[in-house]
Design a protein around this ligand. Structure first.
Ligand code: KG4
Ligand code: ZN
Length: 346
């Protein structure tokens, strides 16, 4: 029964949480979105500096707002890969320092494993094996979750990640950053059938399509061409219809691949993770397709789809319960394949 203080600073959220196994005791997310919005995306150096400014305060809030003290904490965890190196370094350095001062074990956590573990916050009784559809700003993967620390990637994007596609399409429609939530909202007022858009199929040399891999750069280009054409025609841009058609195409593409993969591998549950797991179009399509196939589909609580420290704490608590701890010499890594996650532990 491990209780963990967890820190997540891999991108633009300074997040801390106290998690007891699969129960969130306290979770705080200090978003930097307002700062980065003026640049249209995350500026790494600015992100690192803001993490430095916020992280001590955020940790103090965890103890101030709960009746937990250091005596209740069994380990200190931080996201150590993948992510922005300078940003990761802030959380990892703080976690290691606290671990030394308070004489607690330190755990480095893989960010994507955290997104998988967000599903345990929806259903604490969830058990591997299951399939995770991981859709974030940096990743679009189908991951076979075999056990804690044991993962096999079965499908991925060949170019842009799903969240990245939302952000790029929002930018070309002048909607602002981050694009996902804005497009999701506009799509609810538009017609998803207004403009047929490609679903990003990857052709195989012998004919047919790759069943699990996806591509989103062609879809983004198709939206760009559509916008250029409509502008040339002098029509007022039907932004809601474009947003709805784009979202429909992403949702259908992800759903088709996830269902095919779950059926082929005999996995009865599809758990979704990452910022795009919040998308209402994806939730609707995947739920309907899973119901039709007798599969179970699980989403994290909405507030734990995008980056947060509760999911990091949940993964860390499970590793700690299994006796996994990280050496204090552990560094941060901008990239690390999820299959190599056990490299992080003694
Ligand atoms: O998981 P996350 O917070 O950070 C990464 O690890 O990348 O995901 C952020 C991504 C952004 O691209 C954002 O536009 C997207 O998730 N996102 C959404 C929604 N909310 C966030 N995409 C579609 N629909 C949403 N409701
Ligand atoms: Zn993330």
């Amino acid at each position: 029964m491990a209780t963990v203080l967890a820190i997540e600073t891999s991108c633009d959220e300074t997040a801390v949480a106290i998690v007891k196994n699969r129960e969130v005791i306290y979770s705080l997310m200090a978003s930097q979105i307002e700062t980065h919005r003026q640049y249209g995306g995350v500026v790494p150096e600015v992100a690192s500096r803001q993490h430095v400014e916020k992280v001590d305060w955020a940790i103090a809030e965890c103890f101030k707002n709960t009746n937990f003290s250091w005596a209740d904490i069994d380990g200190v965890a931080a996201t150590c890969a993948p992510g922005l190196v300078g940003a990761l370094l802030v959380g990892v350095t703080v976690a290691k320092t606290l671990a030394i001062i308070r004489n607690k074990p330190f755990l480095g956590i893989h960010h994507l494993e955290g997104h998988i573990y967000a599903n345990y916050l929806s259903d604490p009784n969830l058990q591997p094996p299951f399939l995770c559809l991981l859709v974030s700003g940096g990743h679009t993967s189908l991951i076979w979750v075999k056990n804690c620390g044991e993962y096999q990637t079965l499908g991925q994007t060949r170019d842009d990640a799903a969240g990245e596609a939302f952000d790029k399409v929002a930018r070309l429609l002048d909607l602002g950053y981050p694009g996902g939530p804005i497009i999701d909202k506009l799509a609810s007022q538009g017609d998803p059938k207004a403009f047929p858009l490609p679903e990003g199929n990857i052709s195989l040399p012998g004919g047919g399509y790759h069943p699990y891999d996806s591509s989103f750069s062609g879809l983004k280009t198709a939206v760009l061409r559509l916008v250029q054409k409509l502008k040339q025609e002098g029509t007022a841009l039907p932004v809601s219809d474009i947003a709805a058609s784009f979202q429909e195409s992403v949702a259908k593409s992800l759903t088709r691949r996830a269902i095919a993969c779950a059926l082929d591998y005999g996995l009865k549950t599809i758990a979704v993770g990452g910022g795009v797991a919040a998308n209402s179009g994806l939730r609707k399509h995947l739920q309907a397709a899973a119901d039709a196939q007798g599969l179970r589909v699980l989403f994290p609580p909405l507030k734990f789809c995008t980056d947060n420290a509760a999911m990091i704490g949940c993964a860390a608590a499970e590793h700690l319960n299994r006796g996994h701890t990280s050496p204090l010499t552990l560094g941060v890594q901008s990239r690390l394949d999820i299959k190599d996650v056990m490299q992080l532990y003694n």
